[in-house]
Design a protein. Sequence first.
Length: 247
Amino acid sequence: MKNTLKSSVQHMPLLQSFPTLELRSPYHLADFQPFSLELMSYTRHIRAIALTFFIVGLLAISSTLSFEAWQFNPSIVKENGLLELAQGGFLLLAALVQGWRAFNTHDSGLKRDIRVGLALFALALFLREVDIDKLGSSAAWDALEKILRVIALLMILSFTWHISRRVKLVFRNLGKVLLAPTVMLTMLACVFYACGWPFDRELFDMDKGLSQWFEETFELNACLLFFCASLLGSIKTDVVKIQAPSF
């Protein structure tokens, strides 16, 4: 049976020519590489545009809801009011997500450092925005706030010492760090915070309540951006391949 099949194949020149046809094919994998790179470039641009529209829409919805709530109840802009508590909630979520992603994913080296730094930054802002000691009349709230501030301070000092040992690594990749999506969105959040400062100081000639609404809404949107930043990728993969100093 085997000999018969072999003899049949030998008498079929078309089948024998298949390897030759494959070798003579004018198409190679390298020919498709520019097309693949161009397609990836278009995909990145589309994703960036979609993300931009999503964030703009999210901020518009947040501002609209904030204004409607303020119209209904002007007291929401006061200390520890609804807007400040919402800011604290977004900041706390941002700190938790950044910390979780730093230690529960495959990130290592500089990628992990970026997420830890952003988590601590969000935590520090949370402790600044929310007066925990005023959440209740019990002395336990005041003690809780002091404990959290001490813990946050120790973590920040520890991280500062850790990152000081790899300053050269950070500066060598500073461009990639600043262009990382999570870092860029965090910097945009800081711009929103800065925009709220003039309204906090009442530098514009407008009603005090409206000025407070502008301040708290800018800060609310900034905190929302902090949370969105925690959901994005941190830094390009090739930075992870750089050997980081060990402890």
